[in-house]
Design a protein around this ligand. Structure first.
Ligand SMILES: Cc1cc2nc3c(=O)[nH]c(=O)nc-3n(C[C@H](O)[C@H](O)[C@H](O)COP(=O)(O)OP(=O)(O)OC[C@H]3O[C@@H](n4cnc5c(N)ncnc54)[C@H](O)[C@@H]3O)c2cc1C
Length: 513
């Protein structure tokens, strides 16, 4: 068969894989360390919507599956798949049109200020377009694409406690369907698709070529970075610090968001410094001075910094969070607000035991407040997202502890914060929403043309920690047997961790190049 598209293998060295151009890492090959070729058969670098339509028609005609890639940030390697036609959106032109009082097709009284975001466009371009004029909900790194995997996987931001998840900020999508038809999806047009695209994951229901995304009134941002430094090796200090976190952060003012770990806080306040002080900083600093036994030199440093807008925070986040983000976020769990606030001792002991066993991730995100005010049926993210206080991240050993306390019948995970080893991923990522997502998938993609790992309707090999290399489990059915593989020695743990860190360093360098 002849094809108008590039042959994937001819594009080695041009970033065809996720992060490395030589295709030797897990993100390209699938399971960590496996030598499984996960390359697509063809690559279409789409530069306009009709390229995408042509690509999808080609796939339908020759019965080839389609994979989609914007930036390649997917932690589970979902933006490539063996023998597919890969439709790559990295060179799709940006939009950035700002419209005031924009209305969706419902034509009711609801209107929003929005920015038009095209396929493949990342948060850097949005920050540059809006500057200090508006606030917007973004990923922690501006290299992530806005209308692709971030939004379709839920979209957790450090300002989400006040402004909602990414999915709560989309007004409408324009989509090339698996049939190659182009449609709009919003509250009143193709509302089932609109629901599915707001949390059901990228690469499943079609290709989003555009979205109108809410802009909020401008706000200054205060960043509070607190690192215990050498005191983070003192067990008593860490325990005291985590107890404060567990008891106080679930109900902190909605304008605060950010993340914590055993060694400190990285928090953001949407407002002026005085507001930041009275809502949290005064109280926390008094607690820390009294209880954490930090040296005087610690207090000589300035731990807060003010910015005119979120657009000015993002460039700094790229520098500080690049490799750290994924190194330990292969596993995550949503922590129910009730568990955090009513079973406070158990909650605190869980954090403490993760910290002491060196298995707690760096990026444990604050959730709750306005995220939880949106009804759980309104979007397709895991219902537990709407009643959580935190998103905890851990490595594989820590995950076993998390699962013991917070199993799938209590809560779940965030689509954007699970790696390819996530067990029971359908249930874990979507909970009771998976069934409806699958129905919508069958409606819009009856031939299952769009296929990717950890995506709704995926059929193929499973690479999670229970079923590595095994064929598909029927949707909604839990894999049977087995416990999570435990590394046999500390050296093995270290080598796994180092591998991940090396991958991420390369990853960040590739993305920045
Ligand atoms: C450094 C880093 C920082 C991150 N920070 C955050 C964060 O703060 N909050 C958060 O929630 N997540 C965060 N993530 C996770 C990130 O949101 C997910 O990895 C997301 O899937 C990336 O989407 P992408 O489109 O950029 O990547 P890709 O790997 O290109 O795509 C991811 C998935 O979306 C599909 N897809 C991409 N574009 C489209 C499209 N236009 N239409 C349909 N499907 C599409 C792909 O097929 C794939 O399944 C971060 C990840 C990294 C690596």
């Amino acid at each position: 068969m002849t094809s108008p598209f590039d042959i994937a293998k001819d594009m080695r060295g041009e970033g065809i894989c996720m992060q490395y151009s030589d295709c030797t890492n897990s993100f390209c090959l699938g399971e960590l360390g496996a030598k499984r070729d996960n390359l697509p058969a063809y690559v279409l670098m789409a530069k306009e919507e009709k390229d995408i339509v042509t690509g999808v028609q080609f796939a339908n005609k020759y019965n080839i599956k389609v994979s989609v890639k914007s930036t390649g940030h997917s932690l589970s390697g979902a933006s490539t798949a063996k023998d597919t036609l890969l439709i790559w959106l990295a060179q799709y032109p940006e939009d950035n049109t700002i419209q005031l009082d924009y209305q969706d097709s419902c034509g009711d009284t609801e209107s929003h200020n929005v920015i038009g975001v095209a396929a493949g466009q990342n948060f850097k371009s949005i920050a540059e377009a809006v500057g200090d004029d508006y606030h917007f909900v973004s990923a922690s790194e501006w290299t992530v694409s806005a209308s692709g995997g971030f939004i379709q996987g839920g979209g957790v931001s450090f300002t989400s406690r006040h402004y909602g998840l990414g999915v709560d900020n989309v007004v409408d999508f324009r989509v090339v369907l698996p049939s190659s038809a182009v449609v709009i999806a919003d509250r009143c047009t193709n509302s089932d698709l609109f629901w599915a695209l707001r949390g059901g994951g990228g690469g499943s229901f079609g290709i989003v070529t555009h979205m109108n995304y809410k802009l909020h009134a401008p706000t200054p941002i205060v960043r509070f970075s607190f690192n215990l430094e050498e005191s983070s090796s003192n067990d008593t200090t860490v325990s005291t610090f985590l107890k404060y976190v567990a008891e106080n952060l679930p109900n902190i003012d909605s304008r605060w968001g950010g993340r914590f770990s055993w060694f400190g806080l990285d928090m953001y306040f949407a407002g002026f410094p005085r507001g930041a002080q009275v809502t949290f900083l005064d109280d926390f600093i008094e607690f820390a001075m009294t209880n954490l036994n930090l040296p005087l030199s610690f207090w000589e440093k300035n731990h807060t910094r003010s910015y005119d807008s979120w657009s000015r925070v993002l460039p700094e986040l790229e520098e500080t969070t690049g490799q750290a983000y994924v190194a330990e976020t292969s596993f995550s769990r949503l922590v129910p607000h009730d568990f955090a606030t009513e079973q406070t001792v158990e909650h605190y002991q869980l954090l403490e035991s993760l910290a002491k066993s060196n298995t707690l991730g760096y990026t444990n995100v604050l959730l709750g407040q306005n995220i939880n005010k949106i009804p759980e049926s309104e979007t397709s993210v895991h219902p537990a997202f709407r009643e959580s206080a935190f998103l905890l991240t851990a490595n594989q050993i820590g995950y076993e502890k998390l699962l013991e306390k917070l199993p799938n019948n209590v809560t779940g995970a965030s689509k954007n914060h699970v790696g390819s080893l996530e067990p029971n991923w359908r249930e874990s990522i979507w909970g009771e929403h998976y069934e409806r997502l699958l129905e919508i998938k069958e409606l819009y993609d009856p031939r299952n043309i769009f296929s990717c790992y950890q995506c709704v309707g995926y059929e193929g090999e499973e690479t999670d920690i229970y079923t590595k290399g095994k064929k598909l489990n029927p949707p909604n059915q839990a894999p049977t047997g087995g416990t999570i593989d435990q590394p046999t020695s500390a050296a093995q743990v270290l080598s796994t961790g180092s591998k991940l860190i090396i991958i991420m360093i390369g990853f960040s360098m590739y993305l920045m190049s």
